[in-house]
Structures are given as C-alpha cells and as structure tokens.
Design a protein around this ligand. Sequence first.
Ligand SMILES: C[S@@+](CC[C@H](N)C(=O)[O-])C[C@H]1O[C@@H](n2cnc3c(N)ncnc32)[C@H](O)[C@@H]1O
Length: 243
Amino acid sequence: MEQKQSLSALADKLSAEGPGVKTIKLRQLLEPHREAFGVRPTKMLFPPVEIGSVTLVDQIVLLSLMDFCTPKRIVEIGTFLGYTTRMLLENSSDAIIYSVDLPQGDSTTKDGFDLVRVLNDGDYNDRYLTQQRELIGETYLADLPESILARLRLIRQDSTTLNYADDIGRIDFAFIDGGHDLETVAADTACIRQAVKNGVIVWHDYSSGIHSGVTEFLSNEDNCSEVFHVAGSLCAFEIRKQA
Ligand SMILES: C[S@@+](CC[C@H](N)C(=O)[O-])C[C@H]1O[C@@H](n2cnc3c(N)ncnc32)[C@H](O)[C@@H]1O
C-alpha cells in the first residue's frame, strides 16, 4: 500500500469521536499493520536497561507507526544514548533521521544524583538524563556501519530553539522525547506540528509516573483533537492528515 493509503486506512480505523486522548489496545495497531505490511522482521537490540529509555511495547508502537509513514524524514527529539535512534535507523531503509539533543556542556549539575529522587521527580530526572548523556554519549550508535550512519544527522541544540519546517522541511514521522516539562513539550509540539502535515507524531512519557508534562499537555482538549494512547505503553500519538 502507498504511504497515504495505509496511513489513511489506519486513521479511518481509529477515527475518534469527541475530544480527549483515546486509549487503544496494541492489537488495534498490529492488525492494520499486518494488513498493510504482512509479517515483517524487525531489527532491535534487547530493550535498554538505562533509566530514561523505552520499553519493549513502546518499541513496537514506534516501529508500527513508523512503518505506516514510509518515512523519508524522521525527527527524534531526545537522542540520549542513541537507543531509539538506532532502532529507527535500522528499521527504515532510506529515511534521513534528524536526532536532537542538548549541546555537550549543557548539563547544569556536576554532582552525583540521588537515584530514588530520579525515579520520583520529573525535573530532577530530566537533569539526570542530560548528565548521563554527557557522561556516556551515544553508546548505542557506536558500532553501526557507515552505510547506516550516513542517514543520521545529530543536531546538538535546544529543541525549543529549532524551526523544523524551515530548517528540515516536511517531516513524515516525529518522536518527541526530549525535555518533559510542560513548557518544553508545548514548544516542541507546536514546532513539530508545523512540519508534520501527513504523518505521525509520537510523544513519549504519556501517563508516566515520573513526568507529568506530556499528560498535562494532552489533557487540554485544545491540544489534542485526535490523539491515541496505546494501553501498556508510554506512547501517545497523533495521525496528521492534510485536508
Ligand atoms: C528520555 S531521554 C531520550 C531517550 C531516547 N529517546 C531513548 O529512548 O533512548 C531525553 C533526552 O532529551 C534531552 N533533552 C532534554 N531537554 C532537551 C531540550 N530542550 N532540547 C534537546 N534535548 C533535550 C536530554 O538531554 C536527554 O538525552
């Protein structure tokens, strides 16, 4: 199926009545995915163990939605250690992936972190993740072959200062997983929505027990006319279809 067809078919199947985030089952993504793409192998590392990355269900949600977009350009906000970056790269054959994270030296905290607080306090958790990225780097990208890395563009800039539509152009698939405070989520979403006209935007950390920014942002009905949350995951997504 062509990109527009399979994405439209998914949108029709999920079409939601009324405002607010709708919770769907993973099966509601997997069945249309099977219909559109058959059984296809995926390439993934075992799920990461580091605080701040994705779960196995999140991985499947991301890959399913990415397939529906047959993307040429992907934006990921929040490279962190490169786990999801690698997964997106290895499962998309010809997409250019722009992965955004803060510049080195942006971490304001030089001290050690209290790991109990990291798991309970969203802003503190965000500061911890930024420090971890600075200390460890994009370790999951280290052994990728040059032929795959050639499709990666690492952008080291505060995501809220970027203009994706002007600087990158049309984006087919976007994964928002950078700063999780309400202000940053709102700014990232507004700018990404300008650039994704036909495609999918996924937010990570919806319904998270640590971060409340994405849940709060999407709970405002003005911000989400057609947003779905996949039960058992931390992913919420929106299918964007230009009229
Ligand atoms: C949760 S981690 C991303 C995890 C990654 N997507 C994964 O699953 O492997 C969040 C990342 O966003 C970065 N970040 C936080 N605020 C940011 C901002 N304003 N601009 C760009 N990156 C930001 C942090 O430095 C951190 O590396």
